[in-house]
Write a protein that binds this ligand. Structure first.
Ligand code: CP3
Length: 356
């Protein structure tokens, strides 16, 4: 594994005890799929809620490396997943570029200032200047890496440029993201300029994450599914490709474009190792469409975990058979905060007991 030996220039060399995730991402054959859950470091765990309740809010947790490291490792200790994902948020990038975010309880993220004009785009801080604002993330990674002591790999992540763009224009979540889409039609050149700035900043940020211990990088294009195929190919895919190109020689890269059923072939053409699937995709058809160059990740419906544990285990096993190999078991999107832990455990145990 030359890739993480490169990291060991910064970190004391440490063999991973469980590297099954990286083996699959690097195209090796394994005895069973690795398993982790998107949003595993979060409200499903009472231990997370206890840490969170003692704080002023979500941002305090994100910005305090010792606490971020603690909640990152909780699912490894408590659930036994095969990877940790650093506790943070995709919205730290717009904040580092100059747009502060607030996380409003029971509502979600909100940006008091948004991007509307060319002057707004020009004013943004970018590249290393912006990435260097995020030392609390890099400190959290280094501390987590140390405390994991090689038990499992550590996943770093960022939002895809289109998803970050959507939050920067809208100022928060939206049913339609019509302001962000309107911008693509009315101001295509300015849209590209903003997407380019987000992309270059994200590359500088992810390189720092890798230098501080991330073993694999996942890009979340959470709002991919609201663009037509034509717009996705013009305003989203090329920027994902740029980021993947900048990183894939250092660590494996996972691309997850939620609800963009049309984008699979285009994603597989990028220099990436893994493609994430939401639960609307059929594993066998997805495999035919992407070929055998990449591993696939996903894609159980997160609501499946509300069923009885035996049913969860059965559904998980069916899914693993449908993928048949070159697969990282996960849900089709983040686990919902009120999911019963029995369901979560049944899923993880079923995957870890499975053999090809
Ligand atoms: O996956 C993990 O366990 C690591 C941590 C992680 C968080 N956010 C923590 C979080 C990751 C990978 C993210 C990514 C993220 N953040 C995405 C992409 C993934 C996706 O879900 O599509 C997006 C779109 C965001 C933006 C965001 N952050 C929203 C819309 C919200 C509010 C909705 C919600 O779930 O409450 C957040 C808050 C957030 N990020 C929480 C957590 C644990 C909940 C806040 C809390 O604990 O109070």
């Amino acid at each position: 594994m030359l890739l993480w030996q490169a990291n060991s220039l910064i970190f004391a060399p440490m063999e991973l005890q469980n590297d099954i995730l990286l083996r699959v991402a690097n195209g090796q054959t394994v005895e069973r799929p690795p398993v982790w859950l998107m949003r595993q470091a979060g409200r499903i765990l009472p231990e997370y809620r206890a840490v969170r309740a003692s704080l002023s809010g979500f941002k305090e947790l994100v910005e305090t490396p010792a606490l971020a490291a603690e909640v990152t490792i909780q699912p490894v200790d408590i659930l036994g997943v095969d990877a940790a994902i650093i506790f943070s948020d995709i919205l730290v990038i717009p904040e580092a570029m100059g747009l502060k975010y607030e996380m409003i309880e029971k509502k979600g993220p909100s940006f008091p200032e948004t991007i509307q004009t060319e002057a707004d785009v020009e004013r943004l801080i970018t590249d290393e200047d912006a990435a260097s604002e995020l030392t609390y993330v890099y400190d959290a990674l280094a501390l987590t890496k140390k405390q994991l002591a090689g038990r499992v790999p550590l996943i770093g992540f960022a939002g895809a440029p289109w998803t970050i763009f959507a939050y920067m224009i809208e100022g928060g979540g939206s049913k339609t993201f019509s302001k962000a889409r309107r911008m693509l039609f009315r101001e295509p050149a300015l849209s590209h300029r903003l997407l380019e700035k987000i992309t270059m900043t994200t590359i500088a940020y992810l390189k720092q994450k890798v230098a501080h211990g991330a073993d694999l990088i996942q890009l979340f294009d959470s709002w991919a599914g609201i663009l037509s195929p034509k717009l996705y190919n013009e305003f989203a895919l090329p920027y994902l490709g740029k980021i993947a190109t900048a990183l894939h020689e250092e660590v494996p890269v996972t691309l997850f474009a939620k609800d963009a059923w049309h984008a699979l072939e285009g994603l597989a053409e990028q220099p990436c190792n893994v493609i994430g699937l939401d639960w609307t995709q059929n594993p066998q058809i997805a495999r035919q469409r992407v070929g055998d160059k990449v591993a696939l990740q996903g894609n159980l419906d997160p609501c499946q975990l509300y069923a009885e544990p035996e049913q969860v285990a059965q559904a998980a096993t069916e899914m693993l058979k449908a993928f048949g190999g070159q697969h990282i078991a996960n849900l089709g999107h983040g686990v919902y905060p009120d999911t019963p832990l029995d369901g979560v455990r049944a899923f993880i145990n079923a995957v870890q007991a499975f053999r090809y």
